[in-house]
Write a protein of this length. Structure first.
Length: 135
């Protein structure tokens, strides 16, 4: 069994709002990114999401079709999803346990759109909240 990757940590700020960072990030609503990682992050930098989107593998277990059963995404064409790993710039390489965070992506109006979500149980997802960078 392959162990889960250990994410790098981003220093927390002393913001009165208890932000984990001053950079833009996705908030998983207190849900750890990986159930088997002690003190796993409950958020991910938006810059890491963008970097991982640029390095997604073309085939393997992921990307795979996201069936949007929950109706989370207002898009009627094909939606793909792929695991995200907080603390790294490269995409999950289809080896080991992927954790519970996903990027959902699709073509809309000639460009790629994406949303970030997380498993709330073995099958269901919820969308992460995007938090703008601090001024």
């Amino acid at each position: 069994m392959t162990s889960a990757p250990t994410p790098q940590t981003t220093p927390a700020t002393s913001s009165a709002k208890s932000r984990p960072t001053n950079e833009a990030y996705y908030d998983f609503h207190s849900t750890p990114w990986h159930k088997d990682v002690t003190d796993a992050q409950t958020w991910m930098l938006a810059s890491e999401v963008r970097a991982q989107l640029e390095t997604l593998p073309a085939s393997g277990r992921y990307p795979s079709v996201f069936h949007n059963i929950e109706g989370l995404i207002d898009h009627h064409g094909q939606i793909l999803h792929h695991p995200l790993i907080p603390g790294q710039q490269t995409a999950y390489a289809n080896d080991g346990e992927p954790g519970g965070i996903r990027v959902f992506y699709y073509q809309e109006g000639g460009k790629q759109e994406h949303l970030v979500g997380y498993h709330i149980d073995e099958k269901k997802f919820a969308l992460a909240k995007f938090v703008e960078a601090a001024p």
